[in-house]
Ligand binder design. Sequence first.
Ligand code: NDP
Length: 293
Amino acid sequence: MTARVLNGKEIALEVRAAVKAGVADFVKAHGRAPGLDVIIVGEDAASVVYTRNKEKAALEVGMRGALHRLPEQTGQAELLLMIDRLNRDPSVDGILVQLPLPKHIDGEKVILAIDPSKDVDGFHPVNAGQLAIGRADRALVPCTPRACMKLLALSGVSLSGARAVVVGRSNIVGKPVAQLLLAEHATVTIAHSRTRDLPAVCREADVLIAAVGKPEMVRVDWVKAGAVVIDVGINRVPDPANPGKTRLVGDVAYAEAAERAGAITPVPGGVGPLTIACLLENTLLSAKRRSAT
Ligand code: NDP
């Protein structure tokens, strides 16, 4: 079998087009554009690129986008002050603080400081709690897990009663995607670094989601024939074809897994592009909800 490739770039374009139309409607109705404010502390190269892309994506769909670049030595109090100002600014619908933060800043305190109604990353405990009690409709749901669900919808897999295995239990990906799968009536196993016989656990999966951060860890013999495989991992590894250069790979050994899976996401071009599209959706949703109250 050769798996169907689930192309995240294509759906991301559709989602962005829908958000753009929604933004235009919002501007007509409310006389202002939804606003996304992204904060980055420090100069981590990958994070600088991610935050620039987020600001650019917001501007491209007609939102007001702002990137606040703070120096590495910014104190926690100063960062919290900025968040407080954005919380109180009615033109701000989405606040995103790029992670990881420098070591001298307590990431949990920062997430707690964000107004949950503007928490477009969906990391605040209020949003995580709403998701956990089955009220995703009241929450802002983290973007990467939502991207995974869109790709599963594209695959056509019926989630009700399906066996789903999520490898990884982070608050950012593993746990929330497991909650979303549960809400769709899948039977969900969350695996992690202490899971015994991980290959055997994965082999039971009709839907396998890898969110680990270990290059090409999931091998073909971990994959059930016909399974839908969603690869969240983004790992930079040396490129044997270009000495001195690197390339991106996922957490799944793509070429071999694609021989057995029914459908699979590539890296790059799978979950990644859809994540930013989902961030734009969350910002528009936040703007609509906040303008309705
Ligand atoms: P974390 O490091 O926070 O979590 C990794 C999880 O994987 C942990 O639960 C850990 O288990 C588990 N794990 C680590 N090693 C193993 C192992 N050998 N066997 C089984 N489980 C293991 O990572 P994130 O969830 O933040 O990210 C995961 C990956 O997804 C990364 O590659 C990241 O770059 C990528 N990512 C991609 C995004 C996108 O837009 N496409 C967005 C966010 C992340 P334990 O809890 O026991 O330590």
